[in-house]
Ligand binder design. Structure first.
Ligand SMILES: C[S@@+](CC[C@H](N)C(=O)[O-])C[C@H]1O[C@@H](n2cnc3c(N)ncnc32)[C@H](O)[C@@H]1O
Ligand SMILES: [Zn+2]
Length: 309
């Protein structure tokens, strides 16, 4: 069951400390759930709504249409945040929100190939104009690399067996559909793996999706660029669903809070790093139990917030 309700909506929008006349960026506008909450608090302000999925932008256009020219839509990748803002002639914004991962629309559309329940082509591209899909990952990646993808991004215990089974099958003929992929993964797992509480396909599908979309790479590029594009006092809020992502966000925030990394006995700073952020959430905020009950996808969500100094 997936939901259209935005995850940690209240927590995230409160953390942004919205000013009615401010300029805000929603880097993952998706179905516009968070976007509506932001835009409805604006009066004279602006929302820049980005998504790398063209069909999400189409949906968001419907949902956010009533806010007229207060909302600017961009089909783009938040990894290119600086270029996107340059293109709009915007120097800094007063807040940024990123709600990572896939939307329910993507998961529930069989033709997109994200869902292990839905069936469809092995695609999983968030941006359908991109040239690299799940077909490429599963049919072309060397076995050792495939194993690492499954192990690292999916924390899949049976990564070795699954990678081997994928490679064996593709020698016969290319793997084209999520149904075939699901069958291969199931067939490679020992009975105890299939008996786990979570769907045994979940981890592998997530890992392949992360690889197809270079999700960690894009997150890294965004975290690198974002602090420079925030105005003083502006906040960056990131909701993650994966421990690797959460760690990246935590470390990026901390290193920008720490600033100078020179040894204490250096008379002057030679590293040149200056503090640019202050961490607002020492520990990540997690959804309340009631939200998790209503929306199971929220279970693994973590919100981290930092403020530009
Ligand atoms: C969890 S959904 C966001 C849902 C949205 N907050 C809402 O309330 O409707 C994540 C969205 O982020 C988009 N996305 C993921 N990585 C992206 C990236 N690097 N750049 C831009 N959009 C991205 C996906 O296409 C997807 O639509
Ligand atoms: Zn220094």
């Amino acid at each position: 069951m997936t939901e259209h309700v935005p995850v940690m909506a209240g927590e995230a929008t409160d953390s942004l400390k919205l000013r009615p006349d401010g300029t805000y960026l929603d880097g993952t506008c998706g179905l516009g759930g968070h976007g509506v909450l932001i835009a409805s608090k604006l009066d004279g302000g602006r929302l820049i709504a980005i998504d790398r999925d063209e069909s999400a932008i189409e949906r968001a256009r419907d949902v956010l249409g009533r806010f007229g020219s207060a909302v600017t839509f961009v089909h783009g990748n938040f990894g290119n945040l600086a270029q996107i803002l340059d293109g709009l002639g915007v120097d800094t914004v007063d807040g940024m929100l990123f709600d990572l991962g896939v939307s329910s629309m993507q998961l529930d559309s069989p033709e997109r190939g994200f869902g292990y329940m839905a069936g469809g082509p092995a695609d999983m591209r968030m941006d359908r104009s991109a040239g690299y899909s799940a077909r490429n990952v599963i049919n072309e990646t060397p076995e050792a690399e495939l194993r690492e993808i499954l192990r690292e991004y999916g924390e899949e215990r049976y990564a070795g067996r699954i990678a081997r089974a994928i490679v064996r099958r593709r020698l016969e003929k290319p793997i084209e559909s999520t149904g075939e992929l699901a069958g291969i993964i199931r067939g490679a797992m020992p009975p105890e793996g299939l008996r786990e509480r979570q769907n045994p396909l979940r981890r592998s599908f997530m890992a392949i999706r992360i690889a197809v979309n270079d999700e960690l790479g894009e997150l890294g590029r965004m975290l690198e660029a974002a602090p420079d594009r925030l105005s003083a006092g502006g906040r960056i809020c990131v909701i993650t669903f994966h421990s690797l992502e959460d760690r990246m966000v935590k470390e990026a925030f901390l290193s920008r809070e720490r600033g100078c990394v020179c040894p204490k006995d250096f008379p002057v700073c030679v590293c040149g790093f200056k503090q640019t952020l202050r961490v607002v959430t020492r520990k990540p905020t997690i959804p309340r139990e009631a939200e998790i009950e209503a929306n199971p996808r929220a279970r693994s969500a973590k919100l981290r917030v930092a403020e530009k100094v």
